[in-house]
Design a binder for this molecule. Structure first.
Ligand code: 5AD
Ligand code: SF4
Length: 470
């Protein structure tokens, strides 16, 4: 089969749309084949998987949730902690088994693991049955690589580019809430973190292109967008823009709900707080990782703030953004963390009374500065710290949820509840998960819900129809 000149297509139009346009040429090879896609890790990966799905479907492949039936398996991997890698390696055992029984099966490793040279070398040596290793920077090469694999051509699997790709198409998971990438990469180099190495340097998308995407989503009926980046509030410094300006422009599109993750305290400006409090469609919810409450550890993490500065910002947000909910990330067991340092972290949790927190034990990532720091704390002690921290964190998230008991809140209903399919589920403006007694017809709507029960991780409620309980 004659292959279209994809390189030329790519140069002419730096978007991936050209690939999709060329799908007639791919179809004879891939049409009707089944793909199985598994996603590990953060929202960035979840959103990248929406792009991967679009690439695969544009080639004529069909989704299957049964890995045993797949002609193509794509694992969109995560590298943030060792256990993320372990999960992928575990699943690769199954893939290897399937490949032995079906040599035509193609196995693709995408995502952050593919951006770690050591891991790529290991894959090339130990897992030679893997067909394609594709990085986070060149996802748009996937259609080309796949078709070449099916045609048994020799291919180059690893390439890197720091281009900002505009106009990517996505097969989105939801019809009501959408991720919108505003930037790629991270320049912060927190000493424990692999992201600057796997996702590259910070690159911002053009403001107009982001706003156009939001307007398009709004016109398609989306109620909510979440602006996505490793460090969203650093948006624009490479192109002479600011996050507060972008947020204001997105707010003015009139889309009903706007969220953004993740924010770094160091880049949070007063102008951002002003925009969040000024526009009703910017949700009063901020994920603001603190990582540690000890100034010594924060310095060794290269977080660029002290606990006092964090608390000052936190207090300003609470004072100036009505009803704001703030959640955080915390790492325990960072190298050299003493019992005193850990107590400082517990102290900060008590002071801030976070609405929720994601907690982690420090995981050594090869190639990061923290991997070379001496670490004498036994794992058992780290686990005990994590458990203590979780108890405290859960206490405050439960308390914050309890404040909503008996209140009516607005909830964007996203689908059937996983726990009980007689119920639906959705999120409050403050990003609290609610399982709702209500008809399926309200899926996709923002409705009033009366809260009837509050747990640490979710709320229960009844749908209120124009002031009357349904
Ligand atoms: N070990 C443990 N937790 C980590 N995180 C990032 N890198 C590591 C690591 N090496 C956590 C941070 C970050 C969240 C996404 O993951 O808390 O905010
Ligand atoms: Fe990692 Fe720090 Fe960048 Fe967040 S800000 S992605 S923790 S380096």
């Amino acid at each position: 089969m004659h292959l279209p000149d994809l390189e030329i297509a790519k140069k002419r139009n730096k978007s991936d749309n050209k690939y999709i346009e060329l799908k007639e040429n791919y179809e004879p090879v891939l049409k009707g084949k089944k793909y199985f896609l598994r996603t590990y890790g953060c929202q960035m990966n979840v959103h990248d998987s929406e792009a991967i799905r679009n690439y695969l479907e544009a080639l004529g492949l069909e989704n299957t949730s049964d890995v045993n039936n797949a002609d193509v398996i794509v694992l969109n991997t995560c590298a943030i902690r060792e256990n993320a890698k372990d999960k992928v390696t575990g699943f690769l055992g199954k893939c290897h088994y399937l490949k032995k029984h079906n040599p035509n099966l193609k196995i693709v490793i995408a995502g952050c693991m593919s951006e770690q040279p050591d891991v790529v070398n290991e894959i090339m040596k130990k897992h030679q049955y893997i067909d394609i290793v594709i990085g986070t920077h060149n996802l748009y090469d996937l259609p080309k690589l796949l078709i070449e694999k099916f045609q048994k051509q020799v291919i180059e699997v690893y390439s890197e580019s720091d281009e900002v790709i505009e106009g990517i198409n996505y097969t989105r998971d939801s019809k009501y809430t959408a991720w919108v990438n505003i930037m790629y990469g991270c320049d912060k180099f927190c000493t424990y973190c692999i992201v600057p190495y796997t996702r590259g340097k910070e690159r911002s998308r053009k403001l107009e292109s982001i706003v156009d995407e939001v307007i398009k989503l709004k016109n398609e009926g989306y109620k909510e967008v979440t602006l996505l980046g490793q460090n969203v509030n650093a948006y624009g410094h490479d192109i002479g823009e600011t996050f507060s300006h972008l947020l204001e422009c997105v707010a003015k599109t009139g889309i009903e709900r706007i969220r953004f993750v993740t924010s770094h305290p160091w880049n949070f400006t007063d102008e951002m707080i002003d925009v969040i409090s000024k526009y009703k469609n910017v949700m009063p919810y901020i994920h603001l990782p603190i990582q540690s409450g000890s100034n010594k550890i924060l310095k060794r993490m290269n977080r660029r703030y002290t606990k006092e500065e964090y608390f000052e910002l936190f207090t300003k947000m609470k004072e100036r953004i009505p009803n704001v909910a703030i959640t955080t990330d915390i790492i325990v067991g960072f190298p050299s963390e003493t019992e005193e340092d850990f107590k400082d972290t517990l102290e900060m949790v008590k002071k801030c009374e976070f609405d929720g927190a994601y907690t982690f034990i420090f995981s050594k990532r090869e190639g990061t500065p923290a991997a070379r720091m001496e670490d004498h704390t036994p794992m058992k002690v780290k686990e005990e710290r994590l458990q203590k921290l979780n108890e405290l964190v859960n206490f405050y998230s439960h308390a914050s949820n309890q404040k909503l008991l008996g209140k009516e809140v607005e909830v964007l209903i996203l689908g059937e509840s996983e726990k009980d399919n007689n119920k639906v589920y959705g999120y409050t403006d403050t990003m609290k998960l609610v399982n709702v007694n209500g008809p399926k017809s309200i899926i996709g709507e923002i409705v009033s819900v009366k809260i009837t029960d509050a747990k640490s991780f979710s709320l229960d409620g009844d749908y209120v129809k124009e002031g009357v309980l349904s």
